[in-house]
Each structure stands twice: as C-alpha cells, then as structure tokens.
Design a protein around this ligand. Structure first.
Ligand code: NAP
Length: 264
C-alpha cells in the first residue's frame, strides 16, 4: 500500500471518525445508527442551547472559524467523511461544509429533511425572511405565535402593535422590546393536540414559523389548518449542491456505498 496516499491520522494509527454536523433529530439518529454498528463518529453542535440533549457519540461544541477553520479541523481530526445534518435553515454552515469537503476531496453527504407541502385548508403566506414576515402580518394588531429561533426575533420590534407568544428552548434574553410578549420555554416534539390547545388558550390569530419539515414541529401546522389560522412561513434558504438523502437510514446506506464505513 502506498503510504503517501493514506491520511496522516490513519497512518499514525489514530482513529478516523465520521463527522456529523448536527443540531437536528436526524443527526442524532444517524449518530445512533453508527454507534450501534461500532463505527466511530463525532457530532458537532454550534452550542446554541444551554443543555443539549444527550448524544450517542462524542460531541464537539462551537464554530470552526469558517470554511478554512473547518478544513483545518477535518485534517487535524483525520475525518474520513463529512455529513451535513444541520437544520435546513443553517445555510452558512452548509455552505462551509460543502466548500471544505470539496477542498479536501472528502466524501460529503447532506442529510436534509423534506419540506412541508401545503395541503387543502392551509392558509400560508410564504416570505423570504423575518422582516418580510413582519410586513406580511400587516398593520392591524394581531395575536401572533412566533415559532422562530431566538436570533430571528429582532425584526418584530418594528411591529409593536401585535400581542406576541414566543416559544424557545432557552430564555429570550433580553426580552423582545415590545409592549406585549409572553414566553413559553419548551423543547419539542410538539403534537397537534397540545399545539391546538395552546393556540386556542392564547387565542392566536397567526403563526410565524419556518418550513422545518419532519414530524417534530408539524403539530402547529396541522393545528393551524384545523383552526383556520394564517401561517406566515419563512421560505427555506438556498443550500449548496450536494448529494443528499432525507433520512438517517438513507445516510447510513449512502456512507456504506461510498466506502466510508469500511476499515474503521
Ligand atoms: P448557520 O447560520 O448556518 O451557522 C452560523 C455559524 O454557526 C457557522 O458558520 C458555524 O460557525 C456555526 N455552526 C453552525 N452549525 C454548527 C455545527 N453543527 N457545528 C459547529 N458550528 C456550527 O446556522 P444557525 O442557523 O446559526 O444554526 C446553528 C445550529 O443550530 C445548527 O447546528 C443547526 O442545525 C441548529 N438549528 C438551527 C435552526 C435554524 O432554524 N437555523 C433550527 C434548529 C436547529 P463557524 O463559521 O465559526 O464555523
């Protein structure tokens, strides 16, 4: 075997894990599938939530320092394959991942869950970003459920006429600078029955959310349809071209086919 062609970490007898960029249920599911097969993997989290749920593989926390930082990390850690299983709205991380993998010629897969499809009875207004969601809500005071990340709330300060209900995993600090906002701390999944009860209890008239896809947060969409509520939906961002699958099982099969599960 030509030792020149063996990645440094492998030739030095060190491990050569698969790196999963996470923050999603699918990332955790793929980590579990790999762990169950004894395949070494590391899961990377941005470190946004104070108490992330337990993971079945070792976790590293925090940004890499752009695409260049990720390239350096992939080299130093002797990563054998990269899986971008970030949330469909984490477009910057996805771009960096695609660039870094291309630079190193590393097997690269995106694990992207499908978007929700509008069904009969859905009243959706699709917008490109949170600022346009504010415009779409209109000037009349409404009771609005904001199902967005903490970092995406700032534009709603421009619409203080609404009465907001805001749900997040960690507290919104500082609170949104609007006269009427109530906060709920909760971590999904959120089923339709509980979502409907919450929307009714707070007499919500409109929901602002992302098209996250998957089942864990679909309850509010189904409940909105049943209650005839309007949904202002942030469109998905453009993501880089990459081979992609929609499930953890699909990712495992792709990695196997790419030869990334052999000889760990
Ligand atoms: P983003 O805008 O694409 O990423 C911003 C920066 O955060 C990246 O450039 C990177 O920093 C760092 N980062 C993001 N994901 C990372 C990961 N898995 N591991 C290490 N560093 C990471 O992403 P975001 O919207 O802030 O989302 C951050 C994380 O939350 C992602 O892991 C995503 O899966 C999860 N999440 C996001 C959403 C959402 O709606 N956006 C919803 C649920 C969960 P450097 O440039 O320094 O490397």
């Amino acid at each position: 075997m030509d030792s020149q062609r063996v990645p440094a970490a492998v030739s030095a007898g060190m491990s050569s894990p698969i790196l999963i960029l996470g923050g999603t249920t699918e990332a955790r599911e793929l980590a579990a599938l790999l762990a169950a097969r004894g395949i070494e993997a590391v899961l990377s989290l941005a470190g946004r939530t104070a108490n992330p749920v337990a993971m079945p593989v070792p976790v590293r926390l925090g940004g890499f320092g752009g695409a260049e930082g990720l390239v350096a990390h992939l080299r130093e850690a002797g990563i054998r394959a990269l899986v971008d299983a970030t949330h469909p709205y984490a477009a910057t991380m996805s771009r960096h991942a695609a660039e870094a993998a291309a630079m190193l010629g590393l097997p690269f897969l995106a694990l992207r869950r499908g978007a929700w499809i509008r069904l009969p009875g859905d009243d959706w207004t699709e917008v490109t970003d949170a600022r346009r969601a504010v415009t779409a809500l209109g000037p009349s005071p409404r009771r609005v459920f904001l199902a967005l990340g903490r970092q995406e709330l700032a534009p709603f300060v421009a619409a203080p006429q609404h009465d907001y209900l805001i749900r997040s995993v960690d507290p919104v600090e500082p609170p949104l600078a609007v006269p009427r906002a109530r906060y709920i701390l909760a971590r999904g999944p959120f089923g339709e029955t509980a979502e409907r009860a919450m929307l009714e209890e707070h007499r919500i008239e409109a929901i602002v959310c992302k098209n996250s896809g998957g089942g864990a947060t679909y309850g509010k969409i189904a409940a909105a349809r049943a209650l005839g509520l309007r949904v202002v939906m942030l469109r998905r961002p453009e993501l880089p071209e990459a081979p992609h699958v929609a499930t953890a099982e699909g990712a495992l099969a792709w990695l196997d086919h790419a030869g990334a599960l052999r000889g760990v």
